[in-house]
Every structure is written in structure tokens, then in C-alpha cells.
Design a binder for this molecule. Structure first.
Ligand code: NDP
Ligand code: HSE
Length: 597
């Protein structure tokens, strides 16, 4: 094949640090994963530096003192860094669940060098090339903060040392800033929990930050940031704004008032149920109405007691609904509810590619006329942000063709067949795991991939083909003999959608079954994975991720919801009089870009 260029060669880096104040228990790793995904889906590569879970470092110090009674700082350092090691692994697991390609690296795997006092050291070096190489396969590298290695083993960076780790990574990787995520939304003139008159700053210089932050940011980290000219941001989870610490003039922030948005979720199946868990975990941002299902009795006994179910659309779609989330599937009821949501002045977030492939022009028009958001990131790629990548490249005329494995169920089944498993068993397992459509022939016959390919054409070339014009091959046409013969020849079958703009202003789009060599990047896609090759004048860009299933899909939908929530919070700030339904920039045929900030 033509030269293969990993997507990481066009790198924008973000260094995000998550402190113990946002890692209070195991549930918080999912919240932090949302924040990281928000950055990766805009094409950024992320170094996520994590602290230990809240209280863990203190407990380790206490245990070390009890056992060692002050015998050795060096061995104590070896003990207390374990909180960060555990936290990094938990972070990796949460990201894997969401389908984000991730590598968890310990300091010795990056040659992260520290020197000085074993309990109050400084960081002095990183093998940048080793780190960058890992970004060829991963979108996120999770690094434990708080410690590095000297010639005798691990040593720690003092209280708040994870801030220092983040500052140094930003410096070494040339990131535009280190964003420190805390449980407050910036640096205040005083502790806002104790002093209601405390005011937040939008901007501070390094010395002012040191004075007013009262240890919110580690002193050593501020000093190193100042010396190395690293911009530091202090922010909280999910916020679009931060306090920016740099060589600059101090700037107080305007007050902000935010109210939770009311969300109507339609459907509580593989996707809807995951999304509802995320909504419940963010009560300050979202209020959940009764969820529309066909059969409430089926759901209530096992569900979280905070969830309520209804089969009455009027009860689900209350008058005060801000956002409708469509996770029903199909092109009947779901299609009409999507249109009426926008006609009634509600933002629409949907995973339904069949509806989007049919009605994107209509729905975009309704959203534009009513000043509403229409979001459908999960409709293509599951958690793999292919549409966001295309939105970035297409305006620069940077897309020649796109090809992709874009149906997770077919990939799962072909993978199983390649291992010699039975077709019927593989289909049943894909259904059990929540990958398949309600009618799995939609997956097998290439209809689902054709819907997705039509949407891709739209984002890549601004042309929306009629899905009926997209030719497709069915998995049912693939005999075990053909699969076996391909395996003998060292080839592997994949269902591939491909589209290329022709020179008459049209687009050639088709869904094919292709026997690919093992060297092809699609050949390495396992189970429900999706992968996309974007052909550009400069070469090929490849992105991959989990293309189906509850958590990757819910991650993409939740990111859409958070984009809507942030846009609403901005337009609802004091001094602006717009309401949820009269606001925000107009929509074009692409999804509006949300800077991860
Ligand atoms: P499921 O079949 O698992 O769930 C559908 C849900 O919608 C069920 O709760 C069902 O209720 C409810 N529902 C369906 N029709 C009606 C109706 N007429 N009235 C009331 N409730 C109804 O589907 P998924 O969660 O897998 O998929 C949902 C959407 O997300 C689809 O558009 C799909 O293409 C898309 N999607 C799915 C992905 C996946 O991996 N599964 C990935 C990306 C997108 P009840 O439970 O009572 O039957
Ligand atoms: N059925 C779809 C698939 C769900 O398997 O890819 C994700 O869009």
C-alpha cells in the first residue's frame, strides 16, 4: 500500500493534570475520561498526568511512618508513589472502556529523570522520543505524577508535585499550556468555599498566582513554569474557561451563573443506558426526565432508582426540555421525533445514522432556523472521532478520499470467522454485546456502513449522496471457503467503505468486502474496532478506536451534550440575555467545532 502516515505526525499536544480533588473515588475516572476525550476528539494528543486518589498519599505516608518510624526517605518515596501508579492504571482502564487508544507509562519507561531530596526532588529530564513514539498508537499517554527516577530508583517531588510533572511535560513536549484540573474553576482571591466574596481571576502573572493561590498550585511548579515560560491554566472538569497563569496582566473574571439543562432521553438500550449513567453522574449540569422506552416494566426493576421510565412521549418530552437525546434507532418514530424536537426548540443529540443519512439537510435547516445545536458524533465511528477530523481537514481542501472499517458488528464477525468460529454464533455474540443494530441484517448487508459513508461524504466533500446509490456487498455472500482461501493466502477479509470525490462534482461511494494483507492497518483491527484512512495530498492519516458498544458510543454522545452545555453556559453568562433556545452560532452542514481549550 501507499506510504502510511500515523495521525500522530500532525500533533497538537495537551497536557492535562488531574489532582486528588477530582479523583475522590473510582467513579471519578469516568468523569475524567470525558474531559480527556473532549480533547482527543478535536485531534489533540493528550498527556494525562494523574495524582493518587484523594487521601491515598496521606494514608501511605502514615503507614510508612508507622512501619519504618522515620528510617529512610528513599524507601518511603518508593512507597508513597504507589498511589499515583495505581491511579494511572485506573485511568487507563477508564479510557479503554470508552474506546480511547491509550498507553499507561511509568516514569522509568519514559526515562523521566528526577534529582534531589527523595521526598522533595525536581524533574530534570525526559526521553521525548520515547514518549512521542508511543503516540503513533495511542491518543493518550497516562503518566503518574509526583515522582521520577534517579540512578537509585523512584523519588518524589513533594506535596502537589503532580503540578510540577504537568508543567515539565508541557515544556518538554512543546504543548501550548499545562492545564491543571482541580475542584475549583480557577484561582480565586481567597478560598471560595470559606469566603463568598472571593472573586475568580481570568488571568494572573506568575508572582500574583503564587501569592493568591495559597498552595492551590504547587509553588515549585509555578517557579519552573515562570522560568521555562510555560503557560499554566487552572480549571475544573468540563468548563470552557480557566484562570490563565502566564507573563501577563492580572484580569478579574466576570461572575457566571449556570443552571442544569433538562434532558429528554429517548431509548434505554445499549446506548441510552450508558448515556443515562453519565447524566446521573453530573447532576449540576443535567436533569434527566423520564426516559422513553417501549416497555417500562422491562427496565424499572434492575435500573438505578434515580431513573424513571415512560412509554408516553409527552411525559418524556416535557415542555421545559432543553436537549433531546435520540437513542431509539430506526427511521420511523425516531425520524419524526428528531424533527419535532428541533421544531419545538430543543437541541438534538443523536446516534442515529440512518436518520442523519436521510434527513441531515432538513435537520440542519431546522437547527439553523431555530438557533439550535444538532449533534451526531456517535453516528459514525462510535467513539472514534472521524467526523471531527474531517471537519478540521475539509475546509482546507485536504481530503482526497476516505476509506474505513466503519461497522463494528461486521468487523467483530469477520474477526470471529477468521478464527474459525461459526457465523451464527458470531452474530449472536455481537447482539449480546450490544454492537448490532436491532435488525442485524442492517449491519451484515452493508446498510449501516452505507449510512455512515453518506455522512462521511458530507463531512469530507460537502456532498450528501443518496444512500440508495451507495453499492454494497453483504457478509452473507462470504462463504467459509472464501475466508479460508484468503487466510491461506495470508489475507484477511474486512468490510470497507470508501468514498472519493469525482471530477464532475459528484462522489463515488461504495461498501465492499476486501481481502487485505496483514500489513494493511485495517487488518490489525480487532473485534468491534473501527479504523479510517484519510487520503490527503500530504499522505495518509489513520485514526482508529472502538466503533460500537455502550461506552464508546455514550462517550461520544456525552461529549456532544457537554459541548451544548458549555455553549449554553457561555451564552447564559450575565450581560447576555439569550435563552437556551435562541442562542449559539448557526449550523452549517458540519458540526460546529468546540475548542477543547
Ligand atoms: P437498542 O435496541 O439497544 O435500544 C433501543 C431503545 O429504544 C430501547 O430502550 C427501546 O425500548 C427503545 N425504543 C425503540 N423503539 C421505541 C419506540 N417506538 N418507542 C419507545 N421506545 C422505543 O438500540 P441501541 O442502543 O443499540 O441503538 C440506539 C441508536 O444508537 C440506534 O440508532 C443505533 O444505530 C445507534 N448506535 C448504536 C451503537 C451501538 O453500538 N449499539 C453505536 C452507535 C450508534 P425497550 O427497551 O423498551 O424495547
Ligand atoms: N451496529 C453498529 C455497528 C453500531 O456495529 O457498527 C455502531 O454504529
Amino acid at each position: 500500500m501507499t506510504q502510511y502516515q500515523p495521525s500522530s505526525q500532525a500533533r497538537r499536544f495537551s497536557v492535562l493534570k488531574f489532582g486528588s480533588s477530582v479523583l475522590r473515588n473510582a467513579d471519578d475516572y469516568a468523569r475524567v475520561a470525558h474531559e480527556i476525550y473532549r480533547h482527543t476528539r478535536t485531534g489533540e494528543k493528550v498527556v494525562a498526568v494523574v495524582s493518587a486518589l484523594d487521601g491515598e498519599t496521606d494514608a501511605l505516608f502514615a503507614m510508612g511512618d508507622q512501619v519504618g518510624q522515620g528510617s529512610s526517605d528513599r524507601v518511603l518515596a518508593r512507597l508513597v508513589r504507589c498511589g499515583e501508579l495505581k491511579s494511572a492504571a485506573l485511568m487507563g482502564l477508564a479510557l479503554e472502556r470508552s474506546g480511547v487508544p491509550v498507553a499507561v507509562l511509568d516514569p522509568h519507561e519514559m526515562d523521566l529523570v528526577a534529582s534531589g531530596d527523595p521526598l522533595d526532588a525536581n524533574l530534570s529530564g525526559l526521553n521525548r522520543e520515547k514518549v512521542l513514539a508511543r503516540f503513533d498508537q495511542a491518543d493518550v499517554i497516562v503518566a503518574p505524577g509526583f515522582f521520577g527516577e534517579d540512578e537509585n530508583g523512584p523519588i518524589t517531588l513533594g506535596r502537589g508535585g503532580t503540578d510540577l510533572t504537568a508543567v515539565m511535560f508541557a515544556h518538554w513536549l512543546g504543548a501550548d499550556r499545562a492545564r491543571l484540573i482541580k475542584d475549583v474553576d480557577g484561582v480565586y482571591s481567597d478560598d471560595p468555599a470559606k469566603n463568598p466574596d472571593a472573586h475568580r481571576f481570568d488571568a494572573l502573572d506568575y508572582e500574583a498566582a503564587r501569592k493568591v493561590s495559597h498552595g492551590l498550585v504547587q509553588d515549585k511548579a509555578i517557579s519552573r513554569a515562570k522560568a521555562l515560560d510555560v503557560v499554566v491554566e487552572v480549571a475544573s472538569l468540563g468548563k470552557a474557561y480557566a484562570t490563565r497563569i502566564a507573563a501577563q496582566v492580572e484580569k478579574p473574571a466576570a461572575a457566571r451563573v449556570e443552571r442544569p439543562l433538562r434532558v429528554a432521553v429517548l431509548g434505554h438500550g445499549a446506548v441510552g443506558a450508558g448515556l443515562c449513567q453519565h447524566l446521573l453522574a453530573h447532576p449540576n449540569r443535567f436533569q434527566l426526565s423520564p426516559i422513553l422506552v417501549r416497555n417500562p416494566a422491562k427496565h424499572s426493576p434492575d435500573a438505578d432508582p434515580r431513573l424513571h421510565f415512560t412509554q408516553d412521549p409527552a411525559e418524556a418530552l416535557r415542555d421545559d426540555t432543553d436537549i433531546v437525546v435520540e437513542a431509539l434507532g430506526g427511521t420511523g418514530f425516531a425520524r419524526s421525533l428528531s424533527q419535532s424536537a428541533l421544531r419545538d426548540g430543543r437541541h438534538l443529540v443523536t446516534a442515529n445514522k440512518a436518520v442523519i443519512a436521510l434527513d441531515l439537510a432538513l435537520l440542519s435547516g431546522l437547527a439553523r432556523e431555530n438557533g439550535l445545536d444538532l449533534r451526531y458524533s456517535a453516528a459514525v465511528g462510535g467513539g472514534t472521532p472521524i467526523l471531527e477530523h474531517l471537519d478540521e481537514l475539509a475546509p482546507k481542501n485536504d481530503v482526497l478520499a476516505v476509506e474505513g472499517v466503519m461497522n463494528g458488528t461486521c468487523n467483530f464477525i469477520l474477526d470471529a470467522l477468521d478464527r474459525g468460529e461459526l457465523f451464527a454464533d458470531a452474530v449472536a455474540e455481537a447482539q449480546r454485546l450490544g454492537f448490532a443494530e436491532a435488525d442485524p441484517s442492517t449491519d451484515l448487508d452493508g446498510d449501516d456502513a452505507a449510512d455512515k459513508l453518506a455522512i462521511i461524504c458530507h463531512h469530507a466533500f460537502g456532498i450528501m449522496p443518496d444512500v440508495r446509490d451507495i453499492s454494497r456487498e453483504s457478509l452473507s455472500d462470504l462463504s467459509p471457503e472464501r475466508i479460508a482461501a484468503a487466510r491461506e493466502a495470508g489475507l484477511v477479509f474486512k468490510q470497507v467503505g470508501r468514498c472519493v470525490a469525482d471530477n464532475t462534482g459528484g462522489v463515488d461511494a461504495r461498501v465492499e468486502l476486501r481481502a487485505l494483507p496483514q500489513s494493511h492497518p485495517f487488518a490489525a483491527l480487532r473485534n468491534e474496532a473501527n479504523g479510517f484512512l484519510i487520503h490527503r495530498p500530504q499522505g495518509l492519516t489513520y485514526i482508529k478506536g472502538k466503533g460500537a458498544g455502550r461506552w464508546p458510543t455514550a462517550e461520544a454522545m456525552f461529549a456532544d451534550l457537554m459541548d451544548v452545555q458549555r455553549r449554553h453556559a457561555r451564552s447564559a453568562s450575565p450581560g447576555k440575555t439569550t435563552t437556551t433556545r435562541q442562542k449559539t452560532a448557526s449550523q452549517d452542514h458540519r458540526m460546529p467545532r468546540e475548542s477543547a481549550l
